[in-house]
Write a protein that binds this ligand. Sequence first.
Ligand code: PLP
Length: 396
Amino acid sequence: MGVRQELSRRGFVGGVAAALGSLGLGSGATAWAERALRNGLAPAGPGGREPRQDPYDSFAKLAFNENPYGPSDAVLEAMTHGFRYANRYAYPDGGIEDAIAEHHGVGRAHILMGAGSGEILEVVGLTFLQGGRKVVGTEPSYTQVYRHATSIRADAILVPLLEDYRQDIPALIRAVRANHRDVGFVYLCNPNNPTGRVVTAQEVRALLDGIPADVPVLIDEAYHHYVEDPAYATSVPYALEGRPVIVARTFSKIHGLAGMRLGYGIAPPELVRRMRPYATGTINASVKWGGAAALRDVEAQERVRRLTLELRRQTTSGLEALGYRVIPSEASFFMVDVRRPVQPVIEEFRKRGVLVGRPFPPLLQHLRVSIGTADEMRRFMDAFREIFNPVETASG
Ligand code: PLP
């Protein structure tokens, strides 16, 4: 590593400490975040050598709603242990399924494991969209479900958001009823990606009670851990009641394991049996150990949550102070109305070393921004001020 890079890395980590200090998160959180970032930036390579640097590393990565701090120390340790089985097919797996079962108070028969929750979303499509059936959902939402439906020659019935960017539950109910014979399943992303808005517990119940009892509902709770709204609740209890509900959860967000691929679905055993033939079952040894440790490391989850929510508050208030409207978010990202076509704005950010979310039609003047580290959010705000110059900002 060159001297300049080494110096800039030191300066960067120092800047992070200062930024975290200014958030009033205390020296414990600061020391933890510094260490996490150092791990992320420069993990020891084989034989203690510095790893190769990639141009990717220099970007502020605010495009994919990842956890910028990575796995906790306990999770790294567990994953390192899991590597001892890298050459095996059948091996002790760290008790990952038991850990999930215990975490939710469900039996193992309720659990379907996936290489990321993305696999669960696709398995639901493969299972329930056979014979030209359709998925009913909201637009915009997490598009993987609809793209996958298209790739298996199925179709989607998409309902627009309400004016306040919340999901329109009565319209979803009407769409399911009107197309009952053709509906394979309903997709509900809660909180919704890309808006960050939640569907309340009462609304989820209204949806389940309002549609024919045999229609499966896939409820994607990827951002569950970040929600503060007391009107929100997980939908796992419905799966336990035996309703045709599949709740998808991921280790990619609060647990910081996106690159390692681990997720799962919770559903009534009968639905799990129907879905299982479509799952690959190819989860790596290391992340099984890491996942079990991550569920136990409640302190690490709380740290990531606190930091993320604090940085979200700080960034969104900064944008509002500049006169820009932000959709109130309950997740690890938010959308800001940039009042002009978003695609060229995304390119302007990229030129300044900041990666932000792609366009989400039909919200083509909204920019989705993931919450990164304090330093990444500072780089975002600097770029924002530069792109939306003061003249435009002042005129509101
Ligand atoms: N669901 C939602 C709403 C997401 O935003 C994502 C990833 O961004 C996923 C599912 C898939 O995550 P993974 O496959 O990494 O578990």
